[in-house]
Design a binder for this molecule. Structure first.
Ligand SMILES: O=C(O)[C@H](CS(=O)(=O)O)OP(=O)(O)O
Length: 257
């Protein structure tokens, strides 16, 4: 099919003039917001509401009929007074099943808000890569938005963007170019992924050297790198439930691997 794929290496590349109204956008924040959302979904969370800041999250929780779990981080650490931080390991069925959660993080939830005007909006991680691919394969206009880290490009998000392109637009016979209509940022992401995938080191090792990975190691969350580097272990997608609202739901998908 004639699919076009564009990549924003940071959310700031999505200017207000960028026309997303026909696009299906995929937000990527491997370390760790979108990995958290996939994990929470698999653990049976009811809805995930993303907020750009702590105040908005707390206000939403105060006004809800049934109090949701307040979740997220600042400077990688749990937020004072919140129920859960930003480690996927915290999002067990015991903690989150059948609950709503409100999530605010430094980069991931902001990237989501930057792409709000998209027709469809998904949050992807390596964990639910296969399911996400299955859900977007027939979309004519795909916009991948890398959350980055504090305004800078982060390697781990670019890797996942490249992996998505590699699977949706596999290279032609000489292997030098992806096959679809892709922009230059997508071409860069694909090249970065190809190079990393050709290396023998596991993905987890690559994450250690990324900006987000280094920050997490410094903050004491090294174990999260291994968890976020699992590929295709979650058979479900995280998708916005209705246009105009940042309410996400998890939907299981049967995925052929
Ligand atoms: O704690 C995280 O996972 C990061 C913090 S940062 O990237 O080191 O600032 O937040 P996220 O929004 O999930 O990237």
């Amino acid at each position: 099919m004639n699919q076009s794929i564009s990549v924003s290496l940071t959310p700031s590349e999505l200017s207000p003039e960028c026309d997303l109204h026909q696009a299906c956008s995929i937000i990527i924040d491997v370390l760790r917001a979108t990995s958290v959302m996939a994990t929470a979904g698999q653990s049976g969370v009811r809805r995930m509401i993303t907020c750009e800041n702590i105040h908005a999250a707390a206000q939403f929780a105060d006004q809800a009929a049934i109090r949701p779990l307040l979740c997220g981080e600042r400077h990688c650490k749990p937020i004072d007074g919140f129920d859960l931080g930003n480690s996927p390991a915290e999002y067990t069925p015991e903690r989150v099943a059948d609950r709503d959660l409100v999530l605010t993080t430094t980069n991931g939830t902001r990237a989501i808000h930057a792409a709000m005007r998209s027709r469809r909006l998904l949050a992807a991680s390596f964990l639910n890569l296969d399911a996400t691919l299955a859900a977007v394969r027939s979309e004519p206009h795909l916009q991948i938005v890398c959350a980055g880290t504090n305004g800078q490009i982060s390697y781990e998000d670019v890797l996942l963007a490249g992996a998505i392109i590699d699977r949706l637009a596999p290279p032609d016979s000489d292997g030098s170019e992806p096959s679809g209509h892709i922009d230059d940022s997508a071409r860069i992401a694909w090249s970065v992924w190809r190079q990393a995938d050709g290396n023998t080191r596991p993905l987890q090792q690559s994450l250690r050297h990324s900006l987000g990975g280094r920050n997490l190691i410094e903050a004491g969350y090294e174990a999260d790198l291994e968890r976020c580097a699992q590929v295709g272990t979650i058979d479900g997608i995280v998708e916005r439930a209705e246009p105009g609202k940042t309410v996400f739901e998890f939907r299981r998908l049967a995925v052929s691997k």
